[in-house]
Design a protein around this ligand. Structure first.
Ligand code: ATP
Ligand code: MG
Length: 296
């Protein structure tokens, strides 16, 4: 019988930049989530899992403590947490391709900058003191880190610091505040993490099932199914051109001796240039179709 202790707990950001895409990923993986954005938890209707909606900052702690078996969080938050831990309590399972942003050094437009050495002896405001400290240390720079929990862009105007280190995606917020990005400290995107706490066999099976579905979704995002016709002389050249395809299926065409249909899953993007090369190599009737579901 499935009790509440058998259910897997997945920590997601309650509301913010990662919330919608995190839910969408689970939905694409076939998990039916009760809607309702205001509740703190939601059961997955067709899988023994429960979602816990929390502040993103709490996700690394919950997963490390084993309160939640899985979590989706930005690498920036995860890295800042990890730098404060002696032992890691989670494993990073997958980069999810959304929530992309970079942690950048910025300053008012007129501030001169010729690389990290310009930061020597300066005050830098940030919400990511550990990541910034590592960046400064790697560059052999001695500077003062001023930790702020938000509104870091205001630091120069408030004369709290002359530089800042903050998350940037489009740069619009920096620009609106008269600031200019100067250096990249960390590139970030949302990632899936799993607790290192041991699970009993039943839950380990449920966790493996969840992972294989998510892997499937991630794989299908890039993958395409490609079909084409080729003569026996051009087969080798054509199959060599297929991007990221292992062991294509080759079947004889009925009524056309010496001609074959080639079917393959390409694990990389298929560009027009590739199609042109395939055509030049002798392929005809080339079809590229998206893959809806995949289980590897
Ligand atoms: P919470 O209430 O959960 O603590 P928050 O205000 O800390 O939310 P959000 O602003 O929703 O967090 O950002 C969540 C994550 O989205 C960031 O930690 C980062 O990984 C990612 N992100 C993507 N683009 C940006 C951006 N332009 N600015 C800030 N974060 C971004
Ligand atoms: Mg937060």
């Amino acid at each position: 019988m499935l009790t509440d202790r058998t259910r897997l707990h997945i920590a997601l950001q309650k509301s913010g930049r990662l919330s919608d895409a995190s839910r969408e990923l689970l939905r694409d993986a076939g998990f039916r989530i009760q809607s309702g954005k205001n509740s703190l938890t939601a059961r997955v209707e067709n899988y023994p899992a429960e979602l816990m909606f929390v502040r993103d900052d709490d996700i690394p702690t919950f997963v490390s403590d084993g309160a939640c078996e899985f979590g989706i969080v930005g690498q920036n938050v995860l890295e800042e947490f990890a730098l404060g831990q002696a032992d890691l309590g989670y494993d990073l399972l997958a980069e999810l391709g959304f929530g992309r942003c970079s942690l950048k050094i910025a300053a008012p437009e007129a501030t001169p900058y010729d690389g990290p050495q310009s930061l020597e002896g300066q005050r830098i405001a940030t919400s990511y003191p550990r990541i910034l400290a590592r960046f400064l240390e790697r560059n052999g720079i001695d500077a003062t880190i001023v930790t702020m929990n938000g509104a870091v862009e205001l630091a120069p105007r408030l004369q709290i610091a002359s530089f800042l280190c903050d998350l940037v995606s489009t740069g619009a917020t920096l620009e609106a505040n008269g600031l200019r990005a100067l250096d990249t400290v960390l590139e970030s995107q949302a990632v899936l993490i799993r607790t290192r706490r041991p699970m009993d066999d039943v839950r380990a099976d449920i966790a493996a099932g969840l992972m294989s579905r998510i892997d499937g979704v991630l794989a299908t995002k890039e993958s395409k199914y490609i079909m084409l016709n080729a003569s026996s002389e051009s087969l080798k050249r054509i199959t060599d051109l297929l991007p990221g395809a292992e062991a294509p299926t080759i079947v004889p065409l009925h009524g056309r001796p010496g001609h074959f249909a080639v079917h393959a899953v390409c694990q990389e993007s298929v560009f027009w240039e590739t199609l042109q090369k395939l055509k030049l190599a002798g392929a005809s009737a080339i079809l590229v179709v998206p893959i809806e579901k995949m289980m590897l």
